[in-house]
Design a protein around this ligand. Structure first.
Ligand code: AQP
Length: 355
């Protein structure tokens, strides 16, 4: 049992090309989390986005587009807190403290940095290397207990847990002395919520590669703003193997493309892979793809249309982000005040009056 009240936090980078993997692995699950009796915070992580160069004008549009995707998918900005990271300064402040808690050896093991930096490691930004520390700060500024993410974020969530644990240990006496020990340290050991049939949606062109925003082939992903015809064309062109669908999940082993399409179908329909194979086992891909097109268009076409409507009025989105930032800061500011006390900083007191 933890002493922490349940609080859900997650984020999406405004790096363009929001796709079906982002929707099924993250955004759709954010919507479902609203049914829990917990405060949910959903953040457009623009400070993470600039770890790789972004065109400034495009970035502003992409921040509004991710916000629109949240709203169009069903996140209620009154019930949940929807905001962009750079409007809440506590994320950066806490990241600095965590830079002094996290160990170099921990970051050296992060596979996402290795993948994104590629061979030209010396030329990668320091921000890209430090990305997981900022992510820990995003989560722990709110002392979040649960984080719904796709499987690719598992290692970063483990680092968040390590940082929380080390902070709690390194400062245990000070935490107690300042009256912040709630029976389980100052920071919770956050639970990652990873799972379901779409925890890792794969490329439509190669079932061994993650569906990704940065894939050069637009046919590798279904973008959330694709219209019905484009969705249908991409599904029909998706790579498959020559065999019919198996009747049991075990039959998907060694068939990454088949496994991926069945997983996507299951996630869109809120059922399991077993359920899908019970209904479609033995079907040829041509028939199964027809059913998948129908399901994907039914879900995604209205979502894309609503996103386009919302981004056409940036003032409404900006007002939602401003309101969200204010409410987020009201939670994060007391956390940072406590952190400053715990690590031994002198906080700003009342100013001396000029005489
Ligand atoms: N293919 C995926 N399947 C399931 N979940 C996914 N997510 C991303 N791709 C998939 C989840 O979406 C959330 C937001 O991701 P992000 O925007 O923060 O960054 P990302 O993981 O870098 O997205 P991409 O598409 O993979 O971008 P690039 O091409 O830059 O690598 C997260 O919860 C993530 O797990």
């Amino acid at each position: 049992m933890t002493a922490f009240k349940e609080l859900v936090f997650s984020g999406v980078q405004p790096t363009g090309n929001l796709h079906l993997g982002n929707y099924l692995g993250a955004i759709k699950r954010f919507v479902d989390m609203q049914a829990r009796d917990a405060q949910c915070l959903y953040c457009v992580v623009d400070m993470h986005a600039i770890t790789l160069w972004q065109d400034p004008a495009a970035l502003r549009g992409q921040i509004r587009e991710v916000t629109a995707a949240f709203l169009a998918a069903g996140i209620d900005p009154k019930r949940s807190i929807v905001f962009n990271q750079s409007q809440v300064p506590q994320h950066a402040e806490l990241a600095w403290v965590f830079n002094c808690v996290a160990r170099l050896g921990w970051l050296n093991r992060m596979t996402q940095f290795k993948d994104k930096a590629g061979k030209d490691r010396e030329n990668a930004s320091i921000g890209l290397y430090d990305y997981p520390v900022l992510m820990a700060a995003d989560i722990l500024a709110y002392r979040a207990t649960h984080v719904p993410v796709g499987e690719d974020q598992k290692q970063h969530l483990e680092l968040t847990r390590d940082i929380a644990q080390k902070f709690n240990n390194d400062f245990s006496e000070s935490i107690a002395a300042h009256g912040h020990d709630e029976g389980a340290g100052f920071f919770p050991i956050t639970e990652p919520l990873i799972g379901g049939p779409a925890a890792r949606v794969m490329s439509l062109r190669d079932g061994t590669k993650k569906m990704s925003k940065s894939d050069a082939s637009d046919n590798s992903r279904i973008n959330l703003t694709d219209d019905a015809d484009t969705i249908a064309a991409k599904v029909r062109k998706a790579k498959t193997d020559p065999d019919a669908l198996p009747s049991e999940v075990a039959g998907l082993a060694g068939r990454p493309e088949a496994d991926n399409l069945v997983g996507i179908f299951a996630a869109l329909k809120d059922v399991t892979r077993e359920d899908v194979l019970r209904d479609h086992g033995g079907a040829q891909f041509s028939a199964f793809k027809g059913a998948l097109v129908e399901l994907a268009v039914e879900t995604l076409a209205p979502l894309g249309a609503e996103m386009k409507r919302l981004v056409s009025d940036p003032s409404e989105i900006d007002a939602i982000l401003a309101d969200g930032a204010e409410r987020a800061e009201a939670i994060a500011a007391p956390t940072l005040d406590a952190v400053k006390d715990i690590v031994g900083f002198v906080r700003r007191g009342p100013r001396l009056r000029a005489v």
